[in-house]
Design a protein around this ligand. Structure first.
Ligand SMILES: Nc1ncnc2c1ncn2[C@@H]1O[C@H](COP(=O)(O)OP(=O)(O)OP(=O)(O)O)[C@@H](O)[C@H]1O
Ligand SMILES: [Mg+2]
Length: 256
């Protein structure tokens, strides 16, 4: 299985406006890379560039994405999407077709892995159980509107796991959820990294999440990475003023 996903020298722009400039990152199997930084810093666009799913109007002017040192062309990136590279977004509802049952979503995804019929059903139920549905049998017949946000995010993660991705890109996966459910989803992601050796890119605004899950931290500001450190040294000796400000705000909130 693939070991390391790298983007180097990424430049993104909308017309003449540079949005991301010279971003380089490596995501390793079994590790969590947390990406932090002010709103509009370019975290989501960087994530989307890894998937070759940039929004209309944003183009990649430079940079290479590689897997285990092999540079990928666009077809190579498209082939990775879903299979090697899973994507978990902030609003899980947007990832489901509202008119299609949860079970059908799984059938379609598992068919891409060559699983159909009873084998597909067993795998679906196993994955639903693995992400925390205690009665997975009841889930497939439901429609997205019948699941809460937290249940949908679990279902989205299970759907992503159908294809055994080596890496997961999670862009603020818990922002829309209440605190208890946030903690459950983070536990789940943490467990997937530990048990399946998934490499997780986790975009978050929450430093307690970083402290809990991350091995490495990258801080983005105005389209560049202003700091990248192992998590321990990031908390002990943040270098960039933005990192210090983030840590000061965090400590004021939690240590008062
Ligand atoms: N489709 C688009 N067309 C033009 N500019 C865009 C587009 N999408 C994003 N941008 C701009 O690119 C910059 C980076 O956006 P991005 O969404 O990556 O930020 P972010 O770090 O994810 O922010 P947040 O923390 O708010 O999610 C912002 O200035 C944003 O306005
Ligand atoms: Mg974003």
């Amino acid at each position: 299985m693939s070991r390391v996903l790298t983007v180097s020298g990424l430049h993104l722009a909308a017309g003449a406006r540079a949005l991301v400039q010279g971003v380089s990152l490596s995501l390793r199997r079994g590790q969590v890379l947390a990406m932090l930084g002010r709103s509009g810093g370019g975290k989501s666009l960087t994530t989307l560039a890894l998937l070759d799913l940039l929004p209309a109007g944003v183009s990649r002017l430079g940079g290479e994405v590689s897997l285990d040192g092999m540079v990928l062309d666009r077809a190579g990136q498209a082939a990775l999407r879903g299979a090697t590279l899973g994507y978990v977004q902030q609003a899980p509802r947007a990832g489901f077709n509202p008119l299609v049952s949860i079970g059908r979503h799984f059938e379609e995804t598992l068919a891409r892995e060559g699983l159909r019929g009873g084998a597909a059903r067993r795998r679906m139920l196993e994955l639903l159980r693995d992400v925390g549905f205690e009665a997975p049998d009841s889930v497939p017949r439901l429609y997205p509107s019948q699941l809460s946000g937290g249940m949908l995010q679990r279902a989205m993660i299970a759907l992503t796991l159908c294809r055994n991705p080596a890496f997961l890109l999670a862009d603020e996966p818990t922002t829309d959820l209440d605190l208890v459910v946030q903690a459950q989803i983070l536990d789940l992601l943490d467990r997937l990294v530990a048990e399946r050796g998934i490499g997780l890119l986790l975009v978050t605004h929450d430093l307690s999440v970083v402290a809990r899950l991350a091995d490495e931290v990258a801080v983005m500001e105005d389209g560049t990475i202003v700091e990248q450190q192992p998590v321990r040294s990031f908390f002990d000796t943040p270098r960039h003023p933005r990192s210090r400000a983030l840590l000061a705000a965090h400590r004021a909130l939690y240590e008062s």
